[in-house]
Design a protein around this ligand. Structure first.
Ligand code: IPE
Ligand code: MG
Length: 230
């Protein structure tokens, strides 16, 4: 979700105004995803690098996370959205950590959209924390043989399927340390639309674009066609 700051700047408003509007977009996109049967939605809300932003912006964002969780928790639960956080939450204030845990518990039995919020998340951090667990295991057991599926069980998205579609708003064409391990075969979609302006129509455009792509997973186009006809 990129472009909140530029959106606000264009309107001669403070960056936090853009973040507030960004939350409105989040709410609407969650609703749409839940409505059309998207099974998993992962939102990159705060990266491990975002701590380097101006102090007021960081503290404003923390307040906004708290406010959004307080405001939305009940509606999410009511609509069957299951909310889960990934990332190193130990860096957040005790009260925010508590709120996160509370909303996770409240929505745990949701059978609709599984919403994953990446907060204080970094793709390299994720790979490293998985590697750290392996080192631990190797210390306890004589030898550990790794496989993709074993490694997959140790990253923070352990029980989740790899993403089908990655969407980045705001014009940059990069991954910026999002789900590095998990994005290996994900379709990438970039749009210049700033996050506060991203809406249902824009999401539909991204989904339509995705639908027209052929995913080959290393095979040939002919093999894929044969598979489909089988
Ligand atoms: C939102 O957009 C991303 C967050 C970290 C919350 P930005 O704040 O990066 O907006 P720009 O890139 O300055 O426009
Ligand atoms: Mg940005």
């Amino acid at each position: 979700m990129d472009g909140n700051g530029r959106w606000a700047k264009a309107k001669h408003r403070p960056r936090l105004f853009g973040h507030h509007q960004g939350v409105e977009t989040v709410r609407d996109i969650i609703k749409m995803c839940n409505g059309i049967g998207v099974e998993h939605l992962t939102l990159f809300a705060f990266s491990s690098e975002n701590w380097s932003r101006p102090k007021e912006e960081v503290s404003g964002l923390m307040k906004l996370f708290m406010l959004a969780l307080e405001r939305e928790a009940k509606a999410l639960a009511k609509n069957g959205v299951r909310l889960e956080f990934i990332g190193d939450r130990s860096a957040f204030s005790a009260s925010l950590q508590q709120k996160i845990a509370q909303v996770e518990t409240l929505t745990a039995s949701g059978e609709g959209l599984h919403l994953i919020i990446a907060a204080n998340y970094g793709g390299r951090w994720d790979i490293l924390q998985a590697a750290q667990k392996i080192i631990q295991k190797a210390n306890n057991e004589k030898s550990v043989t790794l496989s993709e599926s074993k490694f997959n069980a140790l990253v923070s998205t352990a029980d989740l399927p790899d993403p089908d579609l990655f969407i980045r708003t705001g014009g940059e064409r990069r991954i910026s340390n999002f789900l590095l391990w998990q994005l290996a075969y994900t379709e990438l979609y970039f749009t210049d639309v700033l996050w506060p302006d991203f809406n249902r129509d824009e999401l539909q455009l991204a989904i339509d674009d995705f639908s027209n792509r052929q995913r080959r997973f290393g095979m040939t186009g002919e093999q894929i066609k044969d598979q489909k006809n089988a």
